[in-house]
Each structure stands twice: as C-alpha cells, then as structure tokens.
Ligand binder design. Structure first.
Ligand SMILES: *[C@@H]1O[C@H](CO)[C@@H](O)[C@H](O)[C@H]1NC(C)=O
Ligand SMILES: *[C@@H]1O[C@H](CO)[C@@H](O)[C@H](O)[C@H]1NC(C)=O
Ligand SMILES: *[C@@H]1O[C@H](CO)[C@@H](O)[C@H](O)[C@H]1NC(C)=O
Ligand SMILES: *[C@@H]1O[C@H](CO)[C@@H](O)[C@H](O)[C@H]1NC(C)=O
Ligand SMILES: *[C@@H]1O[C@H](CO)[C@@H](O)[C@H](O)[C@H]1NC(C)=O
Ligand SMILES: *[C@@H]1O[C@H](CO)[C@@H](O)[C@H](O)[C@H]1NC(C)=O
Ligand SMILES: *[C@@H]1O[C@H](CO)[C@@H](O)[C@H](O)[C@H]1NC(C)=O
Ligand SMILES: *[C@@H]1O[C@H](CO)[C@@H](O)[C@H](O)[C@H]1NC(C)=O
Length: 834
C-alpha cells in the first residue's frame, strides 16, 4: 500500500529535485529535514493521520502532535511536548543523524526529544497509516528494527494496533489522561495493565479506581461490553515477563478508538460520517458498581438492586449497624466460620466479576479439578476460578487472600467463582441447587413455581372456556357439532370468582361525552371500530371504542372477553375503564392517551424531535415489558398479532402503552368469517411465516417488535423506506449497516446528541435478532427484556426475514388483503392456556 503511493512521488522527486540525495514520500522526514509551524503537515500514506503543530481546545499554546486527518473534527491522538508547550509559532521539529526526534523553539533551545538506546545509520521518521510515528533506517521497513515509535509513548489515546501494558521486560506502556481539553499534560488518571493480576486498571493518582478482573481467555469478567465484535478483535498476551492488551480493527477505515478522559473514564469513541460527529460507544468504569471495592470484602455490587451492595449468599455484614447506614466498607463475613480441620468445601458463585488478589496465583496448565484440589489442600486458599473460559474452561486462578474484594454480581455476564466455605454450608448449598449461589435463584425459582401454579389453575379454567368457544365455532364452520362430547357442566366457571369492578356505562352518557360520536371527536380507526375522544362531566378524558356492528359477537361472548381484557393489567398496556352494552351497541372505554400514538412521531421530522434518545429507549423498554406480559406473565398467553406504531399509545409522561391487545383474539367472532373482511396484522410488521403461511406464534409478535425497535432507533418506517444506494427496506438496510460494522449509521440524526451508544448498539442488535427469518432464531420476549437491560451475550444475527419485502407485497393498509397471501386463520392458535 505504502509502496504504491510512494512510487510516483519518488519519481517526481528524482526528476525535479536533484538536490535530495534520498527521495522521500509525504509521510516521511529525513535527517536534517524539518517541520516548521507554518501550516506544513505530514500526512500518512492513505491519509488517515496528519502530523504537525496545533493548539488544543481554547489554548493558544503550540504543541506538536498527530491527529485524525480525514475527518472534520479531527481529534489529536498523540502529543510530543505534552508538558512543554511552545508559546509562539517558532517551533521546529526534526530528526537528527542519530535518529532522535527533536523539538526546538525560536531561541533554538530543545523543548522535547525522543530517546533511543540504539543509534540509526540513516534515519527517517515516518507517520504510518495506523497513526504510529516511527523512526527507522531509511532502507529498513521492518517493524522489528524500529528505533523509536510513538505507540510506546502514548498520551490519552489507545489507538487500534497499540499494545498497552508490559510489552517487554522493563517497558511499560501506559495511557494517561490530559489535564483538560486545553492542556495535554498528564492529568490525574492512568490506564495501565497490572502484569501480576493480568487485568486492566484505571488509577486515580496512585489509588486504584476501577479494575476489569483478570483476563479469562475471552475477555475480562468486569468488562461485559468487551465481546467479540464485527469491528475489532482484541487479545491479552501474557507470560512470566510480559502482559499487555491490544486490539485491531478488521477494517482500518473504521474510525474508532479508546480515549481516557480527564474524568478518569475510558471511552470508546466512534466517528459517524453521516452525522459528522464523534459518539461515545462504551465507557469504563460504566456505573457505580465499577468503583473499586464499593461493597467491601465478600460484598457484591449489583447495579440492579437498591442498595447496590449486599453480602454474598451465606455471608453476613461484619458490622450490621454500619452496613445498615450504607457504610459497606466493613464488608461481610461467613455466617458459618471455616474449619479447615473438619474439612471445608466450595460453593459456586455464578456470574460475578472475579475479586482482586494480592496474594494469588495463576497456572494456565491446570485442569479445573487440579485447581480445586490445589485450593482445597491449603487452608489459606480462599477461592479458585478458571483462568481460561474457552471451551469447557481450564486453567487456575487461586486466591490466598483472607478477604476477597471488589466482587460484582451480574445477571448473565461475569464468570463462576468457587469460594471456600464451611463443610456444612457447602453441603447445604449443593443440596439446594447444585452448588450455585450466584443470583438468589432459589427464591426466584420457588416464587415462579408458585406463580405458575396459580397461573395454571386460572389458565385451565380459561382454556376450557376457550375450547368450548372454539368448539362452538368449529361446530358452525364444519357443520357438525362436537358439543356432546363435552358436557356443559364440565366448565366450572362461576361468575362470582371472575366478577370484576368494571363499570358499565350508559350509552347516553357516552354519547354525551363524545359529542354524539361526532366527527370532531374522532381519534382514529382502531381494530374493530372507530375510536372517539370523550370527556365525562367530571372532566376525565376517555377514549371510546365503538365496536362495529359486524363484530357479530354474542352478548355472553362479549362479556367474557371484556372480563378477560379487564384482567390484563400492566403499566404498558392501555387500561380498560369500562364498557357499555345497549341493544346492539358494544362499546369499550379506555384511558385517554394525550400524546397520541408512536405513529405520530415516526417519520415526522418535526414530531420526532420530541423523542430524544432517553425517551426512545424508555419506549422500547416499555413495549418489551408490555409484550412480555401479554406473552408470558399474564394469565393468558396473548398474541397481539398487530403490533405497529399506531397501536403504541403514549401517556403524558411518554410511557408507552400497547393497545388493541387481545382484540384480535377477543373480537374475531367467527374467525374464518371475520377474517375475510380484515387481514389481521399489517404488512411491514408481519413475520414471513405469518404473512405467507398464516402461521403465527409469540415469535411473530417478536418479529413485529423488532421492526418497531428499528423504526424507533432510525426514526424511519420500514414500509416505504427508501435509500438511494439499494433496494432494501429498513430491515435490510439495518442488516447491511450492521454487517459492515457501522450499525450506528442507522441512528436517527435527531437523537445522535442525546444517545447512549451502548443502548443504541444493543437496541439495534436486539432489533435484528427479533426480525430473524426463522421463528426459532428469534429470542422470546423474556430474553429480549434481559438483552435490552444490558445483560447477556447477544448472539450474532443473520440476514433478517423480509429484508426486501417491498418486492414481495405492497398492500397499502391493514384493511386489504393481498391475493399472494393465504392467511389460514383456522390453524391459528390465538390463546394458549399456561
Ligand atoms: C528547515 O528546513 C529548511 C529546508 O531544508 C531550511 O531552509 C531551514 O533552515 C530549516 N529550519 C530550521 C530551523 O532548521
Ligand atoms: C472554549 O471556550 C468556549 C467559550 O468559552 C467554551 O464554550 C468551550 O467549551 C471551550 N472549549 C474547550 C475545549 O475548552
Ligand atoms: C526565548 O525567547 C523568548 C522570547 O523571544 C524569551 O522570552 C525567552 O527568555 C527565551 N528563552 C531562552 C531560554 O533563552
Ligand atoms: C533517555 O534514556 C536514558 C536512559 O535510557 C535516560 O537516562 C534519559 O533521561 C532519557 N532521556 C530522555 C530525554 O527521555
Ligand atoms: C486480529 O485479526 C487479524 C486478522 O485475522 C490478525 O492478524 C490479528 O493478529 C488479530 N489481532 C488480535 C489482537 O487478535
Ligand atoms: C472498509 O470500510 C470502508 C468505509 O466504510 C469501505 O468502503 C470498505 O469497503 C471497507 N472494506 C472492507 C474490506 O470491508
Ligand atoms: C501448573 O500446573 C501443572 C499441572 O498441575 C504443574 O505441572 C506445574 O508445575 C504448575 N506450574 C506451576 C508454576 O506451579
Ligand atoms: C499455602 O499457600 C500459601 C500461599 O501460597 C503458602 O505460603 C503456604 O506455604 C501454603 N501452605 C501449605 C500448607 O502448602
């Protein structure tokens, strides 16, 4: 690459400038050449990086450094004279005959110089395409023979390809923050590798501020966001003498780097071409629990609980009074003391960030069993863990420290730690649950068993009733009755135990509240009938859905369905306030949502400004929880079937509420009959198996949810999406960007400033997983909720379903049914008992 670019310049120089003995490219300066502070810069061969004089921030002082050259907001990535600025533009940068880089000011006094133990013969300084400034012999391109390189003397920027840590005996490369945006001299914080504990550390002056936990072959137990990624690979290299961390970009054109900010936070920055701006992609320390030793010995920090600190299971606060005052520094102790003479055991604590060890050892060649045995035989060994999680896990970390500190609890990330416990505790724990004590799973399991028993009981009742209804329908549609097989009295549903306080409203009251269902009160056409805004006499605002007469439902059926819906109560579902039955009128009264539906905001430049990123993620999370409730947590298993922006209503505080849930199920009437009048679902949101084969399941709702997420993130509609560069719809576009390692380009311009990159990345990733072609490849809503909360490894998505759907179907609304689809509603199961 370099050679190709250099060749023409070389020819140019040899033809026209005979005074040069050696001809050089624009990325190189030779001995006795210089760079002065008059706008002259050196540019790397491909143009990625530039080098010269600059003034940082609002400072007028001059520094010599390297910056991103291709982008408008080029960041400085390296500074030579960090602590010795030049007051004016008199600086001169050059390489001397020995290969030493030197910076002079106007009185010719040396401001800064590089250092090398070896002397060069015929040195040149070259700015490489990686941002590394190297000094080498002019005729020797090999990286091994470099005399000096800026990658060994970084400032606050950890560029791809750099190695940070003990890269050779006696050679430690560290990253240090700037004092301020105007002053690149070393600030309070350093980012280093601890070669003994094999971990990454941020130090505040000399105090440990945050640590990653030891390298485990895949990542660090305390850096859950560092995962294999399509953009870069990374590794930690260590042996007795060295220990360093490094990462490389798969595509050197992607602009992303790690910067240690003035506040001690290591941020991963990424440049977004489209918005012409930098964004923070991930940070460490990321939250309170990343603060070193917040919870004391054997305390665990869990960011999801309040307070964040608690004792590990089977440990108790050392000083209860202090602990209750939220002073956790005293930590916890075993509730049953160890007794090595009687014999101890181990308890597995799952999903934790491994503790810090002052007195610990690593042996990468031990098996897990050897590791355990090694720890068991020495009474001062307090814990062990695998040092390499690849495959089934191997290698051995052993802690001899009496107190284990800085343990963090994750739900899905982290790794297993085996802690030495009294034999009686270990035996009890192993009986409880195979020894794992990580997440209070005992309580959860028992709780959910009780809950599911409860649900099963209710579900059976409802299921039976549903079956009865289905049979009635079957009876009509197949012209034969199977009713006699199921005696009427086998449906023990009594009205008493289901009666709910759901008010019945008088038709005249509703007519009055809605101005006689006037056009000016019309809010929109919901499934099954028009919706009107109404106001009761006391001022309460309501939304009134007047079911169309064709919904052909019997009174009993209607009442049963109303009761079912009334039972569905969740903050992310629209609440049913009452109903009305009068003659052939059937009306449902809902809470009124002043902020309209999501539809109103998406694809509308003006309205979508109102949705900053925190609101958007709040909406995404809310929908996911509402849907999880429908699918799993409610007594009934409800499949929505028509999840789309216009069915996501927003209350005053922009809390999303799913509407029309249960409607497809409840008011289908004679399903085959009703469905010839309306297609349930809306193209653009329907999964392939549903739109094509009419098959649906909770996973088809997941598909629609994925489309919603991508729409919310991008601010664009899936249907009617247009891109000058390709024929793909929004799903295809998102997939393309994701595959190319630039998913962030999907993000709505309007939220770039407010967005949290980790959340955005997760949302896009989860969105893509939800729109996978095969239902089996899509996560369930419970997994989705976990994934969105930042837990767990996200599997890599593959090509989504319907990514070129524009070609396939283009029905203009949910009320028309294209011939290409045969929606076989008979095979559809709308509601499952649990
Ligand atoms: C920098 O190089 C130019 C051209 O070789 C030379 O004329 C000038 O004197 C040099 N300046 C300094 C300060 O060395
Ligand atoms: C420079 O000064 C302006 C105005 O005082 C301020 O808004 C800005 O943050 C400063 N920039 C830096 C990098 O200090
Ligand atoms: C360098 O020159 C500046 C002004 O030209 C002067 O103020 C300063 O004292 C000089 N420094 C040395 C070390 O001679
Ligand atoms: C260069 O290195 C030597 C020893 O390796 C050290 O004594 C000297 O201070 C260094 N000079 C600079 C300018 O860093
Ligand atoms: C990343 O992958 C490239 C190409 O496979 C390889 O050359 C490089 O050594 C890898 N870097 C790391 C840090 O694993
Ligand atoms: C690297 O990224 C650039 C810019 O995004 C793109 O044009 C190029 O095709 C990519 N190269 C590879 C090998 O993916
Ligand atoms: C590491 O463990 C292996 C296998 O048990 C053993 O042979 C080796 O001596 C150990 N190495 C050290 C440094 O203790
Ligand atoms: C137990 O381990 C500690 C720390 O490595 C060591 O000092 C001690 O000698 C060991 N004790 C036994 C009995 O092996």
């Amino acid at each position: 690459m370099k050679g190709l670019v250099a060749l023409p310049i070389l020819l140019f120089f040899s033809c026209f400038t005979s005074s040069f003995t050696t001809s050089l490219a624009a990325d190189t300066i030779a001995a006795n050449q210089n760079i002065t502070d008059d706008g002259k810069t050196i540019v790397s061969s491909g143009g990625n990086y530039g080098m010269g004089f600059f003034s940082p921030g609002n400072s007028t002082k001059r520094y010599f450094g390297i910056w991103y050259n291709k982008i408008s907001k080029g960041r400085v990535v390296w500074v030579a004279n960090r602590e010795t600025p030049i007051a004016d533009k008199s600086g001169v940068f050059k390489v001397d005959e020995r290969g030493i880089l030197m910076l002079y000011n106007q009185n010719n006094s040396l401001i800064w110089s590089s250092n090398s133990s070896r002397q060069a013969r015929n040195p040149v300084a070259q700015l490489l395409e990686t941002g590394n400034l190297v000094v080498r012999n002019v005729d020797d391109n090999s990286l091994e023979n470099i005399f000096w390189q800026s990658f060994h003397h970084p400032g606050n920027t950890f560029l791809p390809g750099m190695k940070v840590g003990r890269i050779a005996p006696g050679l430690d490369v560290i990253i240090s923050s700037w004092k301020s945006a105007d002053d690149p001299s070393p600030g309070k914080y350093v980012f280093v590798v601890d070669p003994k504990r094999l971990e990454l550390v941020v130090n505040d002056n000399s105090d440990l501020r945050s640590r990653s936990g030891p390298w485990n072959g895949i990542g660090f137990s305390g850096l859950p966001y560092l995962k294999p990624d399509p953009i870069y690979n990374y590794t930690f290299v260590f042996n007795d003498e060295i220990a360093y961390f490094t990462y490389d970009l798969f595509n050197i054109s992607v602009i992303t780097t790690l910067v240690l900010y003035e506040d001690g936070i290591m941020n991963r920055l990424t440049w977004i071409d489209r918005t012409n701006n930098w964004i923070v992609y991930a940070s460490a320390p990321a939250d309170n629990c990343d603060n070193y030793n917040l919870c004391g010995a054997y305390g665990r920090c869990n960011i999801g609980t309040s307070p964040a600190c608690s004792c590990l299971n089977r440990f108790v606060p050392k000083n209860q009074a202090q602990w209750q005052k939220a002073d956790w520094s005293g930590g916890c102790i075993r509730r049953t003391p160890l007794d090595c003479k009687i014999g101890d055991g181990f308890i597995k604590y799952s999903n934790v960030k491994l503790p810090q060890g002052n007195n610990w050892m690593v042996n990468i060649s031990m098996t897990t069993e050897e590791c355990r045995a090694e720890c068991l035989k020495n009474c001062s060994c307090m814990a062990y863990a695998n040092s390499d999680l690849r495959g089934k896990g191997s290698g051995c970390f052993i802690w001899f420290d009496q107190d284990l500190i800085d343990i963090r609890q994750y739900t899905d990330d982290g790794q297993d730690l085996y802690i030495r416990m009294a034999a009686s505790e270990a035996a009890a724990a192993n009986q409880d649950q195979g020894g794992s004590e990580g997440n209070n799973k005992v309580g959860v399991v028992v709780g959910s068993i009780l809950a599911s028993l409860f649900v099963v009981c209710l579900g059976i009742c409802l299921f039976i009733r549903k079956k009865k209804k289905q049979r009635k329908r079957d009876a009509t549609s197949h012209g034969r009755s199977r009713m006699e097989q199921i005696p009427e009295n086998s449906f023990p549903i009594s009205h008493q135990d289901e009666d709910l306080d759901l008010p019945h409203y008088d038709f005249t009251t509703l007519a009055k509240a809605t101005n006689n269902f006037s056009f000016t009160n019309f809010l929109g056409e919901g499934g099954f009938g028009p919706v009107y805004k109404g106001v009761f006499n006391d001022g309460q605002e309501i939304a009134v859905k007047r079911l169309s007469k064709e919904s052909r439902q019997g009174l009993d059926e209607f009442m049963n369905e109303v009761k079912c819906i009334a039972q569905l109560q969740h903050r992310n579902l629209v609440k049913l306030l009452g109903y009305c039955i009068q003659q052939d009128e059937k009306i449902l009264i809902y809470e009124y949502m002043p902020k309209k539906s999501l539809d109103f905001y998406i694809n509308d430049q003006k309205q979508s400004k109102l949705l900053d990123w925190p609101k958007r993620i709040h909406i995404i999370n809310g929908i996911s929880r509402g849907l999880l409730y429908l699918h799993q947590d409610s007594r009934l298993r409800i499949i929505h079937r028509d999840l789309k922006p216009s069915n996501i209503l927003l209350d005053d505080e922009m809390n999303p509420k799913i509407s029309d849930f249960g409607m497809a199920r409840s008011f289908g009437g004679n399903e085959t009959g009703a469905n010839t009048k309306r297609v349930v679902g809306t193209y653009g949101y329907m999964s392939p198996e549903y739109a094509i084969d009419g098959l649906f399941s909770i996973k088809s709702d997941v598909f629609s949810f994925g489309v919603l997420v991508l729409e919310i993130v991008s601010g664009k509609r899936n249907r009617g999406f247009n891109h000058p560069g390709h024929q793909l719809n929004l799903l295809g576009h998102a997939w393309k960007l994701f595959k190319e390692g630039k998913p962030l380009e999907l993000v709505d311009n309007l939220v770039v400033e407010t967005c949290n990159l980790t959340e955005v990345m997760r949302s896009i990733h989860v969105g893509l997983l939800c729109v996978q072609h095969s239902p089996e490849d899509r996560p369930s809503m419970s997994t989705v909720v976990l994934m969105l909360s930042g837990e767990g490894t996200l599997p890599q998505p593959t090509e989504p379903g319907f990514f070129t759907e524009r070609k396939l179907i283009d029905a203009s609304s949910s009320s028309s049914k294209p011939e290409s689809c045969s929606v076989n509603e008979v095979t559809i199961t709308l509601i499952d008992a649990r």
